[in-house]
Ligand binder design. Structure first.
Ligand code: NZQ
Ligand code: ZN
Length: 385
Protein backbone atom coordinates (compact mmCIF):
# COMPACT_ATOMS: atom_id res chain seq x y z
CA UNK A 1 0.00 0.00 0.00
CA UNK A 2 1.30 3.45 -0.88
CA UNK A 3 1.60 6.31 1.62
CA UNK A 4 -1.45 8.52 1.77
CA UNK A 5 -3.06 11.48 3.43
CA UNK A 6 -6.84 11.31 3.54
CA UNK A 7 -9.22 14.04 4.58
CA UNK A 8 -12.90 14.21 3.75
CA UNK A 9 -14.80 16.63 5.90
CA UNK A 10 -18.22 16.59 4.19
CA UNK A 11 -20.99 16.28 6.74
CA UNK A 12 -23.46 13.71 5.41
CA UNK A 13 -27.05 14.15 6.53
CA UNK A 14 -28.80 10.99 5.38
CA UNK A 15 -32.39 9.84 5.33
CA UNK A 16 -36.08 10.60 5.00
CA UNK A 17 -37.17 14.14 5.75
CA UNK A 18 -33.62 15.37 6.27
CA UNK A 19 -34.07 18.33 3.91
CA UNK A 20 -35.78 20.02 6.85
CA UNK A 21 -32.36 20.17 8.55
CA UNK A 22 -31.23 22.80 6.02
CA UNK A 23 -32.29 25.70 8.22
CA UNK A 24 -29.86 24.63 10.92
CA UNK A 25 -27.05 23.75 8.50
CA UNK A 26 -26.78 27.26 7.00
CA UNK A 27 -26.43 30.40 9.18
CA UNK A 28 -29.42 32.70 8.84
CA UNK A 29 -27.11 35.68 8.26
CA UNK A 30 -25.89 34.12 5.00
CA UNK A 31 -27.37 35.14 1.68
CA UNK A 32 -28.05 31.86 -0.08
CA UNK A 33 -28.10 31.13 -3.78
CA UNK A 34 -30.18 28.05 -4.61
CA UNK A 35 -28.80 26.48 -7.79
CA UNK A 36 -30.67 23.83 -9.75
CA UNK A 37 -31.17 22.29 -13.17
CA UNK A 38 -34.08 22.07 -15.56
CA UNK A 39 -36.86 21.85 -12.98
CA UNK A 40 -37.03 18.25 -11.74
CA UNK A 41 -36.81 19.58 -8.18
CA UNK A 42 -40.00 21.58 -8.71
CA UNK A 43 -41.87 18.51 -9.95
CA UNK A 44 -40.81 16.12 -7.19
CA UNK A 45 -41.41 18.37 -4.20
CA UNK A 46 -37.74 18.89 -3.26
CA UNK A 47 -37.88 22.60 -4.14
CA UNK A 48 -40.85 23.15 -1.81
CA UNK A 49 -39.08 21.34 1.02
CA UNK A 50 -35.99 23.52 0.51
CA UNK A 51 -37.96 26.75 0.48
CA UNK A 52 -39.96 25.73 3.54
CA UNK A 53 -36.78 24.97 5.45
CA UNK A 54 -35.11 28.22 4.34
CA UNK A 55 -38.10 30.46 5.02
CA UNK A 56 -36.04 32.57 7.43
CA UNK A 57 -33.09 32.91 5.06
CA UNK A 58 -32.58 35.30 2.18
CA UNK A 59 -32.55 33.14 -0.94
CA UNK A 60 -31.89 33.99 -4.58
CA UNK A 61 -32.18 31.39 -7.34
CA UNK A 62 -30.21 30.34 -10.37
CA UNK A 63 -31.81 27.63 -12.50
CA UNK A 64 -31.00 26.02 -15.82
CA UNK A 65 -27.70 24.28 -15.07
CA UNK A 66 -27.84 21.67 -17.82
CA UNK A 67 -26.61 18.06 -17.82
CA UNK A 68 -22.85 18.21 -18.54
CA UNK A 69 -22.82 21.80 -17.29
CA UNK A 70 -21.59 24.42 -19.69
CA UNK A 71 -18.99 27.06 -18.99
CA UNK A 72 -21.17 29.86 -20.40
CA UNK A 73 -24.12 29.00 -18.15
CA UNK A 74 -21.89 28.79 -15.09
CA UNK A 75 -20.25 32.14 -15.83
CA UNK A 76 -23.72 33.74 -15.94
CA UNK A 77 -24.26 32.33 -12.45
CA UNK A 78 -20.88 33.72 -11.36
CA UNK A 79 -22.00 37.17 -12.51
CA UNK A 80 -25.21 36.86 -10.52
CA UNK A 81 -23.35 35.68 -7.40
CA UNK A 82 -21.13 38.78 -7.64
CA UNK A 83 -24.02 41.18 -8.31
CA UNK A 84 -26.19 39.78 -5.54
CA UNK A 85 -23.29 39.47 -3.08
CA UNK A 86 -24.22 35.89 -2.34
CA UNK A 87 -22.24 34.18 0.40
CA UNK A 88 -23.48 30.58 0.41
CA UNK A 89 -24.17 28.25 -2.56
CA UNK A 90 -26.79 25.53 -2.19
CA UNK A 91 -26.73 23.04 -5.07
CA UNK A 92 -29.85 20.91 -5.45
CA UNK A 93 -29.87 18.28 -8.19
CA UNK A 94 -27.69 15.72 -9.92
CA UNK A 95 -23.95 15.69 -10.42
CA UNK A 96 -24.16 18.39 -13.07
CA UNK A 97 -25.71 20.92 -10.71
CA UNK A 98 -23.25 20.03 -7.95
CA UNK A 99 -20.23 20.15 -10.26
CA UNK A 100 -21.40 23.42 -11.79
CA UNK A 101 -21.80 24.92 -8.34
CA UNK A 102 -18.26 23.90 -7.40
CA UNK A 103 -16.97 25.67 -10.47
CA UNK A 104 -19.02 28.77 -9.63
CA UNK A 105 -17.59 28.72 -6.11
CA UNK A 106 -14.06 28.58 -7.52
CA UNK A 107 -14.63 31.16 -10.27
CA UNK A 108 -16.42 33.90 -8.34
CA UNK A 109 -13.31 35.50 -6.87
CA UNK A 110 -10.84 34.12 -9.39
CA UNK A 111 -8.63 36.69 -11.09
CA UNK A 112 -8.09 35.78 -14.72
CA UNK A 113 -9.73 33.54 -17.31
CA UNK A 114 -11.88 31.15 -15.28
CA UNK A 115 -11.67 28.26 -17.80
CA UNK A 116 -7.99 28.01 -16.83
CA UNK A 117 -9.10 26.68 -13.43
CA UNK A 118 -10.04 23.50 -15.29
CA UNK A 119 -7.94 23.57 -18.43
CA UNK A 120 -4.68 24.56 -16.73
CA UNK A 121 -5.30 23.62 -13.11
CA UNK A 122 -4.75 27.29 -12.25
CA UNK A 123 -4.38 27.87 -8.50
CA UNK A 124 -7.47 29.48 -6.97
CA UNK A 125 -6.46 33.07 -6.43
CA UNK A 126 -9.48 34.27 -4.44
CA UNK A 127 -11.58 32.79 -1.68
CA UNK A 128 -14.13 30.17 -2.68
CA UNK A 129 -17.75 30.31 -1.58
CA UNK A 130 -19.00 27.69 0.88
CA UNK A 131 -21.23 25.00 -0.63
CA UNK A 132 -23.99 22.76 0.65
CA UNK A 133 -25.70 20.16 -1.54
CA UNK A 134 -28.83 18.08 -1.82
CA UNK A 135 -28.10 15.29 -4.28
CA UNK A 136 -31.10 13.96 -6.21
CA UNK A 137 -29.32 11.47 -8.49
CA UNK A 138 -26.97 8.82 -7.09
CA UNK A 139 -24.11 8.47 -9.56
CA UNK A 140 -21.21 10.87 -9.44
CA UNK A 141 -20.27 10.98 -5.77
CA UNK A 142 -20.03 14.74 -6.28
CA UNK A 143 -21.82 15.19 -2.95
CA UNK A 144 -18.76 13.91 -1.12
CA UNK A 145 -15.81 14.82 -3.29
CA UNK A 146 -14.04 17.90 -4.63
CA UNK A 147 -14.27 16.97 -8.33
CA UNK A 148 -16.09 18.96 -10.97
CA UNK A 149 -16.47 18.35 -14.68
CA UNK A 150 -17.37 21.23 -17.01
CA UNK A 151 -17.97 21.43 -20.75
CA UNK A 152 -16.69 24.30 -22.85
CA UNK A 153 -19.40 24.60 -25.48
CA UNK A 154 -17.19 26.64 -27.83
CA UNK A 155 -14.29 24.19 -28.04
CA UNK A 156 -16.41 21.06 -27.31
CA UNK A 157 -14.04 20.10 -24.52
CA UNK A 158 -15.26 18.29 -21.42
CA UNK A 159 -12.67 18.45 -18.66
CA UNK A 160 -12.56 17.59 -15.00
CA UNK A 161 -10.69 19.08 -12.06
CA UNK A 162 -10.25 18.49 -8.35
CA UNK A 163 -9.86 21.38 -5.93
CA UNK A 164 -10.06 20.67 -2.21
CA UNK A 165 -11.30 24.25 -1.69
CA UNK A 166 -14.70 23.39 -3.22
CA UNK A 167 -15.48 20.32 -1.15
CA UNK A 168 -19.07 20.76 0.10
CA UNK A 169 -19.53 21.60 3.79
CA UNK A 170 -22.51 19.30 3.95
CA UNK A 171 -24.62 17.11 1.70
CA UNK A 172 -28.16 15.95 2.33
CA UNK A 173 -28.98 12.51 0.95
CA UNK A 174 -32.71 11.85 1.07
CA UNK A 175 -33.46 8.56 -0.74
CA UNK A 176 -37.06 9.68 -1.30
CA UNK A 177 -35.75 12.50 -3.49
CA UNK A 178 -34.66 9.96 -6.10
CA UNK A 179 -38.02 8.23 -6.57
CA UNK A 180 -38.84 10.60 -9.43
CA UNK A 181 -35.78 9.68 -11.50
CA UNK A 182 -36.51 8.46 -15.02
CA UNK A 183 -35.38 4.87 -15.61
CA UNK A 184 -32.57 6.01 -17.88
CA UNK A 185 -31.01 8.15 -15.16
CA UNK A 186 -31.22 5.30 -12.63
CA UNK A 187 -29.43 2.99 -15.08
CA UNK A 188 -26.83 5.64 -15.86
CA UNK A 189 -26.27 6.16 -12.15
CA UNK A 190 -25.76 2.47 -11.45
CA UNK A 191 -23.25 2.22 -14.32
CA UNK A 192 -21.41 5.39 -13.26
CA UNK A 193 -21.08 4.20 -9.65
CA UNK A 194 -19.97 0.77 -10.85
CA UNK A 195 -17.30 2.21 -13.15
CA UNK A 196 -16.03 4.68 -10.54
CA UNK A 197 -15.33 1.60 -8.49
CA UNK A 198 -13.63 -0.33 -11.31
CA UNK A 199 -11.45 2.70 -12.14
CA UNK A 200 -10.00 2.38 -8.64
CA UNK A 201 -10.05 -1.42 -8.42
CA UNK A 202 -9.27 -2.97 -11.82
CA UNK A 203 -5.62 -1.95 -11.83
CA UNK A 204 -2.89 -4.10 -10.25
CA UNK A 205 -2.66 -5.62 -6.77
CA UNK A 206 -1.02 -3.31 -4.25
CA UNK A 207 -1.81 -4.99 -0.95
CA UNK A 208 -4.84 -2.87 -0.20
CA UNK A 209 -6.77 -5.83 1.13
CA UNK A 210 -9.39 -3.72 2.84
CA UNK A 211 -9.76 -1.32 -0.11
CA UNK A 212 -10.20 -4.29 -2.45
CA UNK A 213 -12.92 -5.78 -0.28
CA UNK A 214 -14.62 -2.40 0.02
CA UNK A 215 -14.60 -1.99 -3.76
CA UNK A 216 -15.93 -5.53 -4.21
CA UNK A 217 -18.68 -4.78 -1.67
CA UNK A 218 -19.83 -1.79 -3.72
CA UNK A 219 -19.74 -3.75 -6.99
CA UNK A 220 -21.60 -6.73 -5.53
CA UNK A 221 -24.20 -4.50 -3.89
CA UNK A 222 -24.84 -2.66 -7.15
CA UNK A 223 -25.18 -5.96 -9.03
CA UNK A 224 -27.62 -7.20 -6.41
CA UNK A 225 -29.80 -4.14 -5.95
CA UNK A 226 -29.50 -2.32 -9.30
CA UNK A 227 -31.94 -4.47 -11.27
CA UNK A 228 -34.29 -4.73 -8.28
CA UNK A 229 -34.37 -0.99 -7.81
CA UNK A 230 -35.16 -0.40 -11.48
CA UNK A 231 -38.32 -2.46 -11.02
CA UNK A 232 -39.26 -0.95 -7.66
CA UNK A 233 -38.31 2.71 -7.71
CA UNK A 234 -40.12 3.75 -4.55
CA UNK A 235 -38.54 1.05 -2.42
CA UNK A 236 -36.88 3.05 0.35
CA UNK A 237 -34.31 0.44 1.37
CA UNK A 238 -33.17 -0.16 -2.20
CA UNK A 239 -33.03 3.58 -2.86
CA UNK A 240 -30.98 4.11 0.32
CA UNK A 241 -28.48 1.43 -0.58
CA UNK A 242 -28.13 2.63 -4.17
CA UNK A 243 -27.49 6.14 -2.88
CA UNK A 244 -24.92 5.09 -0.33
CA UNK A 245 -23.10 2.91 -2.88
CA UNK A 246 -22.81 5.85 -5.27
CA UNK A 247 -21.41 8.11 -2.56
CA UNK A 248 -18.92 5.53 -1.35
CA UNK A 249 -17.75 4.73 -4.87
CA UNK A 250 -16.19 8.17 -5.24
CA UNK A 251 -15.59 9.76 -1.86
CA UNK A 252 -11.93 8.80 -1.87
CA UNK A 253 -12.21 5.97 0.59
CA UNK A 254 -11.57 2.98 -1.70
CA UNK A 255 -8.62 4.54 -3.50
CA UNK A 256 -6.44 5.52 -0.54
CA UNK A 257 -2.97 4.09 -1.00
CA UNK A 258 -4.00 2.37 -4.24
CA UNK A 259 -3.23 2.77 -7.95
CA UNK A 260 -6.02 4.28 -10.06
CA UNK A 261 -6.87 4.09 -13.75
CA UNK A 262 -9.50 6.66 -15.00
CA UNK A 263 -8.84 5.97 -18.67
CA UNK A 264 -12.46 4.92 -19.23
CA UNK A 265 -13.60 8.32 -17.96
CA UNK A 266 -11.01 10.14 -20.08
CA UNK A 267 -12.30 8.52 -23.29
CA UNK A 268 -15.92 8.68 -22.13
CA UNK A 269 -15.71 12.46 -21.72
CA UNK A 270 -14.60 12.72 -25.35
CA UNK A 271 -17.66 10.76 -26.48
CA UNK A 272 -19.96 12.98 -24.46
CA UNK A 273 -18.28 16.18 -25.65
CA UNK A 274 -18.34 15.14 -29.33
CA UNK A 275 -21.57 13.14 -29.57
CA UNK A 276 -23.68 14.12 -26.56
CA UNK A 277 -24.09 10.59 -25.17
CA UNK A 278 -24.87 10.57 -21.44
CA UNK A 279 -21.94 10.15 -19.08
CA UNK A 280 -23.07 6.70 -17.89
CA UNK A 281 -23.65 5.54 -21.47
CA UNK A 282 -20.20 6.68 -22.55
CA UNK A 283 -18.59 4.64 -19.77
CA UNK A 284 -20.60 1.51 -20.56
CA UNK A 285 -19.33 1.69 -24.14
CA UNK A 286 -15.69 2.27 -23.24
CA UNK A 287 -14.96 0.10 -20.18
CA UNK A 288 -15.16 -3.31 -21.93
CA UNK A 289 -12.72 -2.05 -24.55
CA UNK A 290 -10.25 -0.77 -21.95
CA UNK A 291 -10.35 -4.10 -20.12
CA UNK A 292 -9.76 -5.93 -23.40
CA UNK A 293 -6.85 -3.72 -24.51
CA UNK A 294 -5.19 -3.80 -21.07
CA UNK A 295 -6.11 -7.39 -20.25
CA UNK A 296 -2.54 -8.53 -19.67
CA UNK A 297 -1.55 -5.60 -17.47
CA UNK A 298 -4.74 -5.93 -15.45
CA UNK A 299 -4.79 -9.74 -15.42
CA UNK A 300 -4.30 -10.26 -11.69
CA UNK A 301 -7.05 -7.89 -10.66
CA UNK A 302 -9.34 -9.06 -13.47
CA UNK A 303 -9.01 -12.60 -12.18
CA UNK A 304 -9.78 -11.44 -8.64
CA UNK A 305 -12.78 -9.54 -10.05
CA UNK A 306 -13.98 -12.67 -11.87
CA UNK A 307 -13.70 -14.86 -8.81
CA UNK A 308 -14.83 -12.52 -6.06
CA UNK A 309 -17.34 -10.25 -7.78
CA UNK A 310 -18.86 -12.61 -10.35
CA UNK A 311 -18.21 -15.83 -8.39
CA UNK A 312 -16.67 -17.51 -11.44
CA UNK A 313 -14.96 -20.69 -10.30
CA UNK A 314 -14.62 -22.81 -13.46
CA UNK A 315 -12.18 -22.59 -16.35
CA UNK A 316 -8.67 -21.34 -16.98
CA UNK A 317 -7.64 -17.91 -15.75
CA UNK A 318 -8.09 -16.51 -19.23
CA UNK A 319 -11.56 -17.99 -19.54
CA UNK A 320 -12.54 -16.59 -16.16
CA UNK A 321 -11.37 -13.13 -17.16
CA UNK A 322 -13.19 -13.27 -20.51
CA UNK A 323 -16.37 -14.38 -18.80
CA UNK A 324 -16.09 -11.59 -16.22
CA UNK A 325 -15.79 -8.98 -18.99
CA UNK A 326 -18.79 -10.51 -20.76
CA UNK A 327 -20.80 -10.53 -17.52
CA UNK A 328 -19.96 -6.87 -17.03
CA UNK A 329 -21.32 -6.08 -20.50
CA UNK A 330 -24.42 -8.20 -19.87
CA UNK A 331 -25.00 -6.38 -16.57
CA UNK A 332 -24.97 -2.95 -18.23
CA UNK A 333 -27.21 -4.19 -21.05
CA UNK A 334 -29.62 -5.73 -18.52
CA UNK A 335 -29.97 -2.28 -16.98
CA UNK A 336 -30.90 -0.93 -20.40
CA UNK A 337 -27.55 0.78 -21.07
CA UNK A 338 -26.25 -0.11 -24.52
CA UNK A 339 -22.56 -0.83 -24.81
CA UNK A 340 -21.64 -0.42 -28.50
CA UNK A 341 -20.89 2.78 -30.41
CA UNK A 342 -23.23 1.61 -33.17
CA UNK A 343 -26.09 1.52 -30.64
CA UNK A 344 -25.72 5.30 -30.47
CA UNK A 345 -25.11 5.74 -34.22
CA UNK A 346 -21.50 6.71 -33.67
CA UNK A 347 -19.11 5.77 -36.49
CA UNK A 348 -15.32 5.90 -36.60
CA UNK A 349 -15.01 9.27 -38.33
CA UNK A 350 -13.80 11.10 -35.20
CA UNK A 351 -11.48 8.46 -33.75
CA UNK A 352 -8.47 10.27 -35.18
CA UNK A 353 -9.70 13.58 -33.78
CA UNK A 354 -9.97 11.98 -30.33
CA UNK A 355 -6.42 10.68 -30.63
CA UNK A 356 -5.19 14.15 -31.56
CA UNK A 357 -7.10 15.84 -28.76
CA UNK A 358 -5.67 13.49 -26.12
CA UNK A 359 -2.19 14.00 -27.57
CA UNK A 360 -2.57 17.77 -27.60
CA UNK A 361 -3.74 17.69 -24.00
CA UNK A 362 -0.62 15.77 -23.10
CA UNK A 363 -2.56 12.66 -22.14
CA UNK A 364 0.31 10.66 -23.60
CA UNK A 365 0.77 8.06 -20.90
CA UNK A 366 -2.19 7.54 -18.59
CA UNK A 367 -3.81 4.75 -16.55
CA UNK A 368 -2.50 3.05 -13.44
CA UNK A 369 0.81 2.11 -15.05
CA UNK A 370 1.15 5.27 -17.11
CA UNK A 371 1.18 3.03 -20.15
CA UNK A 372 -2.08 3.90 -21.88
CA UNK A 373 -1.50 5.96 -25.03
CA UNK A 374 -3.80 7.99 -27.29
CA UNK A 375 -3.28 5.18 -29.83
CA UNK A 376 -4.67 2.74 -27.24
CA UNK A 377 -7.76 4.94 -27.02
CA UNK A 378 -8.32 4.38 -30.74
CA UNK A 379 -7.88 0.62 -30.24
CA UNK A 380 -10.51 0.72 -27.50
CA UNK A 381 -12.95 2.59 -29.73
CA UNK A 382 -12.31 0.23 -32.65
CA UNK A 383 -13.25 -2.68 -30.38
CA UNK A 384 -16.48 -0.99 -29.34
CA UNK A 385 -17.84 -0.15 -32.83
O1 NZQ B 1 -31.90 19.23 -14.63
P1 NZQ B 1 -32.97 18.55 -13.90
O2 NZQ B 1 -34.33 19.00 -14.25
O3 NZQ B 1 -32.75 18.52 -12.41
O4 NZQ B 1 -32.98 17.01 -14.41
C1 NZQ B 1 -31.86 16.14 -14.28
C2 NZQ B 1 -31.11 15.92 -15.58
O5 NZQ B 1 -31.96 16.09 -16.69
C3 NZQ B 1 -32.38 14.77 -13.96
N1 NZQ B 1 -32.62 14.55 -12.54
C4 NZQ B 1 -31.74 14.67 -11.51
N2 NZQ B 1 -32.33 14.30 -10.35
C5 NZQ B 1 -33.60 13.96 -10.65
C6 NZQ B 1 -33.80 14.11 -12.04
N3 NZQ B 1 -34.98 13.86 -12.65
C7 NZQ B 1 -35.99 13.43 -11.87
N4 NZQ B 1 -35.87 13.22 -10.54
C8 NZQ B 1 -34.69 13.47 -9.90
N5 NZQ B 1 -34.58 13.21 -8.59
O6 NZQ B 1 -31.37 13.89 -14.41
C9 NZQ B 1 -30.75 14.46 -15.55
C10 NZQ B 1 -29.26 14.22 -15.49
O7 NZQ B 1 -28.69 14.93 -14.42
P2 NZQ B 1 -27.10 15.09 -14.26
O8 NZQ B 1 -26.86 15.91 -13.05
O9 NZQ B 1 -26.52 15.56 -15.54
O10 NZQ B 1 -26.63 13.58 -14.06
P3 NZQ B 1 -25.44 12.98 -13.23
O11 NZQ B 1 -25.70 13.05 -11.78
O12 NZQ B 1 -25.20 11.67 -13.83
O13 NZQ B 1 -24.20 13.97 -13.51
C11 NZQ B 1 -23.46 13.87 -14.67
C12 NZQ B 1 -22.34 14.89 -14.66
O14 NZQ B 1 -21.42 14.65 -13.61
C13 NZQ B 1 -20.10 14.48 -14.12
C14 NZQ B 1 -20.37 13.94 -15.51
O15 NZQ B 1 -19.25 14.05 -16.34
C15 NZQ B 1 -21.52 14.79 -15.95
O16 NZQ B 1 -21.08 16.06 -16.37
N6 NZQ B 1 -19.30 13.65 -13.22
C16 NZQ B 1 -18.92 14.18 -12.04
C17 NZQ B 1 -18.09 13.50 -11.17
C18 NZQ B 1 -17.67 14.06 -9.87
N7 NZQ B 1 -18.08 15.26 -9.51
O17 NZQ B 1 -16.92 13.40 -9.14
C19 NZQ B 1 -17.53 12.19 -11.51
C20 NZQ B 1 -18.25 11.52 -12.61
O18 NZQ B 1 -17.38 10.58 -13.18
C21 NZQ B 1 -18.75 12.41 -13.70
O19 NZQ B 1 -17.73 12.70 -14.62
ZN1 ZN C 1 -18.31 8.93 -13.75
Amino acid sequence: MQNFIFQNSVKIVFGKGQISKLSSLIDTNKKVMLLYGGGSIKRNGVYDQVMESLKNHTVVEFSGIEPNPQYGTLMRAVQMVRNEKVDFLLAVGGGSVLDGTKFISAATNFKGYAWDIIAKNAPLTGVTLPIGTIITLPATGSEMNANFVVTNEDTKEKLGMNKPEVLPQFSILDPEAIYSLPEKQVSNGIVDSFIHTTEQYLTYPDHGYLQDRQAEAILKTLIEIGPKYLKDKTNYELASNFMWCATNALNGNISVGMPQDWVTHMIGHELTALYGVDHGQSLAIVLPGVLEVKKEEKAEKLLQYAERVWDITEGTNEEKIDLAIQKTIDFFESLGVKTRLSDYNIDDSKFEMIRQRLTKRNMLLTGERKSFTPEDAVKVLELRK
